[in-house]
Design a protein around this ligand. Sequence first.
Ligand code: T5A
Length: 254
Amino acid sequence: MAPAMPQSQESAPAKGRFITFEGGEGSGKSTQVQRLLSKLAARGIETVATREPGGSPEAERLRRLLLSGAIAPLGADAEAIVFAAARIDHLDKTIRPALEEGCFVICDRFIDSTRAYQGATGKVDASLIADLEKVAAGETMPDLTIVLDVPVDIGLERARGRGEGADRFEQEQKAFHEAVRQSFLETAKSEPQRCIVIDATQPAEKIEQQIWRAVEKRFLKGDEDVGKPRRKAGASAAKAAKRPPRKKSGKIAP
Ligand code: T5A
């Protein structure tokens, strides 16, 4: 099949795809988000890279509060609710508009992180997490979730290696991070249609190849319209979604 080219007509059918990356600290999500974006761009596919918590101006404000630990004293339920509030704005302002335009949305963390991290505190009822997920995400579920699985010690070591200082969740004990890892694996097992698990101890190049194979197989075989946005080519998807500018590794600047 010839590589997809950017769409030049506004009337082309919109066929956006929603891909999320999940995994523990330092599992290599940001690295692989960047690599996938490059590969999609090479195929002429319009993309929007985003992240959680954050991804819209209001959600980025909530991100700063959440990761600084300022919300933690309000209790685990309140923290879960604030993650959901950020997600509502992110979906409304960034994700859904981009999907409606036919873009591929690549998101660093989404609902499975709430299941894993807020679930791992042991203090938030599973039914509250499920209800918040329903309210925030509704029917906007990922088409594909890539779980990067790495042993906790290796992931934390990598995260520390960035030298940025530990945030609210990186400071948690090893048992917490083990519970987070198990949660991601359990979600993947229970939703095999949506999730794939990749061994993230492999070299980044190998992981990139495995992700690309999965994306090609699911979305790019025999579908000429996929990833061709409805609006005029050349308009920045990020601009359309009115997101703040990205900083390194596809993350969005505070
Ligand atoms: N959170 C989030 C919740 O509690 N609930 C929620 O609902 C949501 C959405 C977000 C925090 O918020 C929590 C979870 C998180 O604690 P964050 O700052 O966005 O925090 O950070 P993380 O998502 O945790 O991402 P990290 O920046 O820690 O790690 P990444 O993005 O997984 O890893 P990356 O790519 O930056 O790589 C880390 C280091 O490893 C190297 C890289 O070069 C880098 O130095 N690396 C590799 N090294 C060897 N082999 C490989 N294959 C490698 N791939 C990358």
